[in-house]
Design a protein around this ligand. Structure first.
Ligand SMILES: Cc1ncc(COP(=O)(O)OP(=O)(O)O)c(N)n1
Ligand SMILES: Cc1nc(C(=O)O)sc1CCOP(=O)(O)O
Ligand SMILES: [Mg+2]
Length: 214
């Protein structure tokens, strides 16, 4: 599936998963109809993420869900992921493309219009734009924090590649992010901390669909 068709995108973080494993959360999110999963778990060793990534690859391949890896091109290659999500201080998109190949899906983080334009010039396939709302899942600098759907709209209007909103997104505010022009939403805790992660994924998807129709 292409990034413009992603409605819901799970970013994994086992330490925020209420005692459940990333593989169990991913399985439930797949049951709930998630479109893409990013292996993040930044606090874990490469070896541990490799082992988790192999399981995620099996599950996502069977379900037709896209699998991306946060930051690490080597890990993406090792587990046969569909692509990688790069931040502002990671490898430039063309260097990652050289290693992963033309078919890889490469996403880039952008919090400002100029970062978004630069990512598009580098031929990123999609943008992760945040933090749209307040989040305690990651430390975000003040000028990138809780900027609201208006900045999502500004970025969507400035580029021609799909935008995924991230940061503090829940089923209650996701429609507003989609209404601002985002193709979909990426979340950690809305799914990982939910009592029922499959239902949380379904609720998020419904909210995005509603926002897209506005
Ligand atoms: C979909 C998506 N968007 C943005 C990010 C943030 O990436 P980055 O800025 O590199 O921060 P870390 O996640 O690496 O801490 C993301 N991971 N996914
Ligand atoms: C990984 C990440 N990146 C962000 C950014 O703004 O780039 S915010 C974030 C954490 C998202 O977690 P939650 O859905 O629990 O708020
Ligand atoms: Mg990163």
């Amino acid at each position: 599936m292409a990034p413009q068709d992603w409605r819901t995108y799970l970013v994994t973080q086992e330490s925020l998963s209420a005692g459940r494993s990333t593989v169990d959360i991913a399985r439930a999110a797949i049951e709930g109809g998630v479109d893409a999963i990013q292996l993040r778990d930044k606090d874990q060793s490469a070896r541990r993420r490799y082992e988790t990534g192999q399981r995620l690859r099996e599950l996502t391949a069977e379900a037709g869900v896209d699998l991306l890896v946060n930051d690490r091109v080597d890990l993406a290659l090792a587990i046969g992921a569909d692509g990688v999500h790069l931040g502002q201080s990671d490898l430039p998109v063309p260097a990652a493309r050289e290693l992963l190949g033309e078919d890889a899906v490469i996403g880039k983080s952008a919090s400002f219009v100029e970062e978004a334009r630069q990512a598009e010039r580098e031929e990123a396939d999609y943008l992760g734009v945040g933090a749209v709302y307040g989040t305690s899942s990651k430390d975000v600098p003040d000028d990138e924090a809780d900027f609201g759907p208006e900045r999502v709209r500004n970025i969507v209007d400035a580029v021609g590649i799909p935008v995924v909103g991230i940061g503090g997104i829940t089923a209650s505010n996701a429609a507003g992010v989609a209404e601002a022009g985002a193709a979909g939403v990426a979340v950690i805790t809305e799914i990982t901390q939910a009592e029922d992660p499959a239902a949380a994924t379904r609720d998020l998807r419904e909210a995005v669909e509603r926002g897209r129709e506005e």
